[in-house]
Each structure stands twice: as structure tokens, then as C-alpha cells.
Ligand binder design. Structure first.
Ligand code: G3H
Ligand code: 13P
Ligand code: ZN
Length: 326
């Protein structure tokens, strides 16, 4: 299928300029995942209120859940909503963890302004070849591409949570040169989901591998770096979920101080999904427990949306430093 919608028709931007500014300015742009209207409204409202550039992030799972045509329409609506509110914040629509050329192509063809091709589970050579192929398709449309080197550690997978899964700094220069990617996701100790670290009683969260980040920065100075798995797993939400009937044990995330430190470096995109999921679940559970007669979804989803706005404003202002940078 030929390209049907270019992202500029939807009022979106790619990541090139916003990343350059973020690297130079020592802050990171939030990449928030969305699957439904309330999440998207919250992302846009928080971004407008903090005057922050924003990356709307869509996973393959989100595409299956919400339908790709629906998501494109929602992203267009999000831009229109911002402009109607007199905000000119840059808004990017990005594919999160694209796992094939075909998926990336389909997103580029349907109006995404940026895609991630995640070849991190492949051999180095296969990762280079796949990433290069996506870049060659994307760049003529001025769509930017994120690649990944190093596999994120997983708590379910602690056998591979060793040095070998961290990004190897001696590969990054060759990778970005051979592939032509616009940004690079690296593995320095974060992981996806709400269970990022297995801690013994009283044990502190271990620091991220800032030594690897520093070496990467030395090898490819000024090149935009991306941090996945960057939710802090806000304990207040975990407690609320458990208080109102949930059962989430041992959930731990990346401390905000460490994210702040990363944001000041070449890390210019920080991916956050789990914190939004926790906030939403906590507020829906709390609302329904306290209002057993209520059955209007606008009430409990509205409560969740209000909390999401506060959470994202806090992140933009205090953690990522993107507030006021639009
Ligand atoms: O990195 C994964 C994101 O949190 C998206 O998750 O595939 O469940 O939509 P998902
Ligand atoms: P979290 O699970 O830490 O929110 O990470 C999200 C992410 O990396 C999406 O790509
Ligand atoms: Zn991710």
C-alpha cells in the first residue's frame, strides 16, 4: 500500500528538532503510551498546562486494541484540541517497539511521524539490517526512526539481567553509522512493567548504569538517547490499588532522582506507561469502592483522567524538565 496520510497533514512533528533542543537543553521529552481517549486527553492537557513538547506513543498492542484508523483519528483530534486551546506544543505520534518492517511501514503510511524498530532481540547484524531497512523507507517521508541496542533486563528473566544485556558502548558508533537511525534506545538497568527490581527487605533500588550512559555519550556525542522502562512505580498508587481490592506485591520502579539525572544527559526521550496504568487503576478502584451506586463510566474514568493529568504535570515539571520547553 502506498503512503496514504503524511503526518504533517495531521499537524504532527517528527522527533528531529525536539530532540536536538532537548539534548542541548538538558531535559527529556515525555513519551506517554495511550490506548484510549481518557489517557490521550490527559497527556494533551498535561502537556498544554506545562507547555511541554510531547510524544504520543502507540504500541502494537494498542493498535490491536484501539484500531489503527481510530488511533490516527485520535492523534489528529489531540492536535486540534491543543490548537483550539491556543497551544502550539509540538506533538509527535510514535510507534513503540515496532517488531517488523511491515508494521513500521504501515504506521509510516498511516500518519505516524516517528517509529521505533526494536531489533534488540536479534543478532547485531540482523538488528543493523532490519533497522537500516526501516530507516531507508522512513527518511524519504521525513519520518524519524528509533533503534535499540542492548536488551532491557526483566525481573521475570533474571538470568539475562547481567552485563551482557546492557548496551555495549563499543557497538553504538558502528550501529548509528550503519543504520542511519535518528535516536538510540539503550539498556542501562531499567525494565518494562511494575516489577523492575527484586529487592530484599530494606534494600535500596540499585543505581542505573550511568557509567554505560557516559561511555555511550562519549562515543556518539550529542546523539539522542532514549530510556525505556522509566516508570517510577509510584507507591501511593500501588497502596491505593491494594487498599481497594487489588493485589500488587513488590512493585518497584526507577527513582525520580535517577530519571532527573538521566534527563540532564543525552537522554532526550523517557518512556512512561506503567505509572499511568497504575494511576488509572488506583483511581478507578478508589472511585468505585467509594461510590458503589455509580455506573456512569464518565465518573470513574473522569476521576482517573484527572489523576493522570496531575501525574504527567508532575513528571514534566519535576522529573523530565520538559515543562516550558514547547
Ligand atoms: O513497552 C511496552 C509498553 O508499555 C506498551 O505495552 O504492549 O502492553 O501496550 P503494551
Ligand atoms: P514502563 O513500563 O516503565 O512505563 O516503560 C514503558 C516503555 O518503555 C514503553 O516503551
Ligand atoms: Zn519500551
Amino acid at each position: 500500500m502506498a503512503q496514504t496520510t503524511h503526518y504533517t497533514e495531521l499537524g504532527l512533528v517528527n522527533t528531529r528538532e525536539i530532540f536536538q533542543k532537548a539534548v542541548r537543553g538538558g531535559y527529556a521529552i515525555p513519551a506517554y503510551n495511550f490506548n484510549n481517549m481518557e489517557q490521550l486527553q490527559a497527556i494533551i492537557l498535561a502537556s498544554i498546562e506545562t507547555n511541554s513538547p510531547v510524544i504520543l506513543q502507540v504500541s502494537n498492542g494498542a493498535r490491536k486494541y484501539a484500531n489503527s484508523a481510530m488511533l490516527r483519528g485520535m492523534a489528529k483530534g489531540a492536535v486540534e484540541m491543543a490548537r483550539e486551546m491556543d497551544s502550539q506544543i509540538p506533538i509527535c505520534l510514535h510507534l513503540d517497539h515496532g517488531d517488523s518492517f511491515e508494521l513500521c511501514k504501515s504506521c509510516i503510511d498511516s500518519g505516524f511521524s516517528s517509529v521505533m524498530i526494536d531489533g534488540s532481540h536479534l543478532s547485531y547484524e540482523e538488528n543493523v539490517a532490519l533497522t537500516r531497512k526501516v530507516v531507508e523507507y522512513a527518511h524519504p517521508f521525513d519520518v524519524t526512526v528509533e533503534g535499540e541496542l542492548g536488551v532491557l533486563a526483566g525481573i521475570e528473566d533474571d538470568v539475562v539481567a547481567e552485563h551482557s544485556t546492557y548496551t555495549q558502548p563499543d557497538e553504538v558508533e558502528d550501529f548509528v553509522t550503519k543504520t542511519g537511525v535518528d535516536s538510540l534506545a539503550i539498556s542501562i538497568g531499567t525494565s518494562h512493567g511494575a516489577y523492575k527490581f527484586k529487592l530484599a527487605e530494606g534494600e535500596e533500588v540499585p543505581p542505573l548504569r550511568f557509567d554505560i550512559l557516559t561511555e555511550v555519550e562519549q562515543r556518539i556525542p550529542g546523539f539522542p538517547i532514549v530510556l525505556h522502562g522509566a516508570s517510577s512505580v509510584v507507591q501511593e498508587y500501588v497502596q491505593l490499588i491494594n487498599k481497594y481490592g487489588g493485589h500488587i506485591e513488590g512493585a518497584v520502579g526507577v527513582p525520580e532522582t535517577q530519571l532527573r539525572q538521566a534527563a540532564k544527559s543525552a537522554v532526550c526521550k523517557i518512556n512512561i506507561d506503567s505509572d499511568g496504568r497504575l494511576a488509572m487503576t488506583a483511581k478507578v478502584r478508589e472511585f468505585l469502592a467509594n461510590n458503589p451506586n455509580e455506573f456512569d463510566p464518565r465518573k470513574f474514568l473522569g476521576a482517573a483522567r484527572t489523576e493522570l493529568v496531575e501525574l504527567m504535570k508532575h513528571k514534566n515539571e519535576t522529573v523530565l524538565g520538559s515543562a516550558g520547553k514547547a
